[in-house]
Design a protein around this ligand. Structure first.
Ligand code: HEC
Length: 734
């Protein structure tokens, strides 16, 4: 630490004398203060506590952005195969940068600190030293300081760590030797210690409280998605907000009696923002468990799918705004709300802005939670599966208009070739698609809103109230089947196979071939993943793969056996694990429970070549004026060069990771499958710079300034079926 301080001082002296005349001596006490007012750092996930991914920096601007070049490269994991034998990995991490140090995580969730000017490593912390990594996502880290006490709080697996920001060592006085278990405070009804609980998006600081949500299972084994405030100094739990209310709490009446003991999720996996002046934390929740069947949860199910305003000091509810009633489509709120100030009908209004998976934007008054623009509640289809209680009304914002597709009609079928069209037309003809709120059924429905409109990358809002939103037009098919019927069929299969078909085939395919894109095939798995690792992947999940905590060791062994030694497996009906599970779930209130209906098909619709099944654009970038609710522009984001060559107009690609906006007149975003990072003219949407990354940048960039030089940094981790890397890349002007 002392060493670091000296270096700091030396740089200060050199700089202060070198730049005395231009008065850009950045390290004196006064300048430090000014700097925090006029932030040149990127100290918080999302840029600032308002979460608007905005920077006032102007050095890189519309006139010189073409000259951007690579400033440094840091490879956070040089073995792309990684220790786990994983061929494909991914980094969704948006770094933070404070006091010239950049903090981020590697594909295997190692936390590291770099000199932000040079990309040279200062320290590294490996949470999984000598163990198999529990690979959850880590979209970013939290920086906190009080005088010389500087900490990074971040999570890996089910553990939240407090690490000394200067040394990389755990803060021993925090929790138990520098860490706390994210299951803490969720066990008010049953033991949750074996359930999947992680925190994939960082929390947010209010005073000395770390407020954090969680990623949990979304099935009958979901842990409750309570919001929690932890003391940053001690790691002690300070408050809990029950997103599934307890008797006597508001919202309890929107569920059947005792649902609070059985139903889980309604979690905030996508992050939060804080209004420090008001002392209010804003966040969005997800759907309740289980995702596609709500027979056990008649009612509108507060506070699932809600924008929540909580008192940041106590966790008490200020107001809620529910966007989906009784969710049957997994329409979780996918990104932190942003705080913005707009001029509405001539009046400056402080608002909270929430973009959704189904392509909508809600603009609410920050104090009252009332919508600024009209929102209609309309009647929607209400005939559901047996035992289901679809809510007959849902919300339809009138303005801004949706930024991604709402329903799929025949004219929306892909037109990139006659073959593609015919291929998708067959799927179209066999399913229902007329209404985005058609309850899941046995015939099958086509719907949007699972992987986009908006996603975890969120959006950026500039100081004028213009919102920049990247979005996907991704079409999915959902088809339900009776669990009982399925279980009966499965009894004729050997145990491992029937478990595989029941729990794994909806993603990995009955033929174990995956989907050719994000879901890996499992035919060759034994070649690069060890048996005990497969066992762990099933138990704990891995990034987009959910965990399966309900299996006994014997059941997991049976699945692993089926995966590795398919042919030799002998039928052992006496041990039929599915039957056992069924028996276990006969008592209705037991937890975990088996929903009587399950997703037989839940898959993204592609054409025969693997391109999206709908007419382009498949991904877009939008600029929306929040003052008026009108669009300024919309352009396709990303390209398949082989299609452009054929004369097809730029299609856009599926994209993950968000934009940032700067006062240099620029919007920066990577996110596309063509592995590029781009800068757009904020006024027109014209591409003004693009650069090929070593692997796709499925992450949100950051920008900061040090010693008068502005940097742009992105994690280029690839994955999602594309090549992977551990590289963080920085750009600056020559
Ligand atoms: C909701 C979709 C989904 C379901 C259901 C699912 N998986 Fe996965 N699985 C994935 C995804 C996505 C990955 C890639 C994870 C990553 O990014 O590391 C994966 C990865 C794996 C891997 C590692 C493959 C490799 O080559 O590294 C194994 C093994 C695996 N899954 C087994 C299973 C088994 C067994 C089941 C059922 C018990 C199952 N999965 C259920 C989506 C799913």
């Amino acid at each position: 630490m002392i060493q670091l301080k000296n270096v700091h001082l030396l740089i200060s002296i050199v700089l202060c004398s070198a730049f005395f005349i231009s008065s850009s001596c950045r390290f004196s006490g006064e300048e430090d203060k000014k700097r925090s007012l006029h932030q040149s750092d990127w100290p918080v996930y999302g840029g600032n506590k308002e979460g608007n991914r905005y920077s006032h920096l102007t050095q890189i601007n519309i006139n010189n952005v073409k000259k951007l070049q690579v400033a440094w490269i840091y490879n956070s994991d040089t073995s792309i195969g990684f220790r786990t034998g994983m061929k494909s990995s991914e980094m969704e991490c948006q770094p933070v940068e404070v006091d010239n140090i950049l903090y981020a995580v590697s594909p295997t969730l190692k936390l590291f600190a770099l000199h932000a000017e040079s990309g040279k490593k200062i320290w590294e912390f490996d949470p999984f030293k000598n163990t198999i990594p529990k690979l959850t996502y880590c979209r970013g880290v939290v920086y906190w300081k009080n005088g010389e006490d500087k900490r990074i709080l971040y999570s890996a697996g089910s553990t939240l760590y407090a690490i000394n920001a200067l040394t990389g060592l755990p803060i021993e006085s925090f929790g138990t030797s520098g860490k706390i278990d994210l299951h803490t405070g969720l066990d008010i009804h049953h033991d949750v210690s074996n359930l999947y609980v992680a925190a994939t998006t960082p929390g947010i600081i209010y005073k000395n409280i770390l407020i954090i949500g969680s990623a949990v299972s979304e099935g009958g084994d979901a842990a409750p998605g309570y919001i929690r405030g932890f003391d940053v100094i001690s790691g002690k739990l300070k408050w809990v907000f029950h997103t599934i209310p307890e008797p006597g709490e508001p919202g309890y009446e929107t569920w059947p009696k005792d649902a609070n003991k059985k139903v889980g999720a309604a979690n905030n996996w996508s992050g939060l923002t804080v209004d420090e002046k008001r002392g209010v934390v804003y966040l969005g929740t997800g759907s309740p468990g289980s995702d596609f069947y709500g027979g056990e949860r008649a009612g509108i199910n507060l506070f699932s799918d809600c924008i929540l305003a909580l008192d940041a000091a106590s966790g008490k509810l200020n107001w809620y705004y529910q966007i989906i009633h009784h969710d049957l489509w997994d329409r979780d709120i996918p990104c932190p709300p942003n705080l913005a100030t707009i001029v509405h009908e001539g009046k400056r209004t402080e608002v909270v802005v929430q973009a959704t998976k189904d392509g909508l934007i809600y603009v609410l008054d920050r104090d009252s939670g009332k919508s600024i623009f009209p929102v209609e509640e309309k009647k929607v289809p209400s005939k559901g599966l047996p035992g289901e209680h679809p809510w007959p009304f849902q919300k339809f914002p009138v303005r801004p208009l949706p930024f991604s597709m709402q329903v799929f009609n025949e004219e929306d079928i892909t037109n990139i070739s006659a073959e593609s069209h015919d291929y998708v037309k067959k799927i179209f003809d066999s399913t229902e698609h007329a209404n985005k709120f058609t309850p899941p059924n046995e015939k099958g429905t086509l719907l949007f809103g699972y992987s986009g409109g908006a996603e975890w990358g969120g959006n950026a809002i500039d100081s004028e109230g213009i919102l920049f939103q990247n979005t996907n037009n991704g079409l999915w098919k959902l088809q339900m089947e009776s669990s009982a019927k399925h279980l009966k069929e499965m009894e004729s299969f050997p145990e491992g196979q029937n478990l595989y078909i029941t729990y794994c085939s909806s993603c990995h395919g009955k033929d174990k071939k995956g989907n050719g894109a994000e879901i890996p095939g499992l035919l060759q798995t034994g070649k690069h993943v060890k048996e005990n690792e497969i066992d762990q992947i099933i138990r704990e999940g891995r990034r987009r793969m959910p965990s399966f905590t309900q299996f006994t060791t014997g059941e997991r062994n049976a699945i692993v056996h089926f995966l590795l030694h398919d042919q030799e497996t002998k039928s052992d009906k006496s041990l039929s694990a599915v039957k056992q599970m069924n028996d276990r779930n006969k008592k209705k209130t037991d937890f975990p429970y088996l929903p009587p209906w399950r997703a037989k098909v839940w898959t993204k619709i592609f054409d025969q070549q693997g391109y999206p099944g709908i007419k382009p654009p498949w991904g877009t970038l939008n600029a929306i004026d929040l003052n008026s609710g009108e669009y300024k522009w919309r352009i396709p984001l990303g390209e398949f060069p082989e299609l452009t060559k054929k004369g097809i107009p730029v299609t856009g690609t599926e994209n993950y990771g968000g934009p940032i906006v700067t006062d240099g007149g620029l919007v920066f975003i990577a996110a596309t499958r063509d592995e590029k990072i781009r800068a757009f003219d904020q006024q027109t949407g014209a591409v003004v710079w693009e650069f090929p990354l070593p692997a796709a940048g499925f992450a949100t960039p950051i920008t900061y300034e040090i010693n008068g030089k502005q940097y742009l940094v992105i994690a280029a981790g690839g994955g999602r079926g594309l090549k992977s890397s551990g590289i963080y890349m920085a750009f600056a002007l020559p």
